[in-house]
Design a protein around this ligand. Structure first.
Ligand SMILES: [Zn+2]
Length: 116
């Protein structure tokens, strides 16, 4: 992989990281607002099921985004360590099309299936 290609992947990863952080922020804001609304609407009786439901939807989305951010961070570390684009299992170079689609991919397509 050339230095230019690495820089391009790095830029892409940093951009994704920014996007996901913004999405987490948005989801946390929406979650807070909706939870407050639900609490106000339900009054003293407190429709806790609805509140928990709304928290769960956003919580799982936020959780997924946090996991992606960790993968992105790891990928950025691998760029720094000169190991970017290599499968963590077999060490082979990950297909460029796969990296273009998923720049934080950890495994080649073949090994990815083992980890799912
Ligand atoms: Zn592999």
């Amino acid at each position: 992989m050339t230095k230019q290609e690495l820089e391009a992947y790095k830029g892409k990863l940093q951009q994704l990281s920014q996007e996901y952080l913004a999405q987490i922020q948005d989801l946390e804001d929406i979650n807070r607002e909706e939870t407050t609304d639900l609490l106000e609407e339900s009054g003293d009786s407190g429709d806790e099921a609805a509140v928990l439901f709304s928290e769960n939807i956003y919580a799982s989305q936020i959780q997924t985004l946090h996991e992606l951010l960790i993968l992105i961070d790891d990928a950025l570390k691998r760029i720094g360590a000169g190991a970017y684009g290599q499968c963590l299992d077999c060490g082979q170079v990950i297909d460029a099309r796969r990296l273009a689609a998923i720049p934080y991919a950890q495994y080649c397509l073949q090994d990815q299936t083992k980890h799912e």
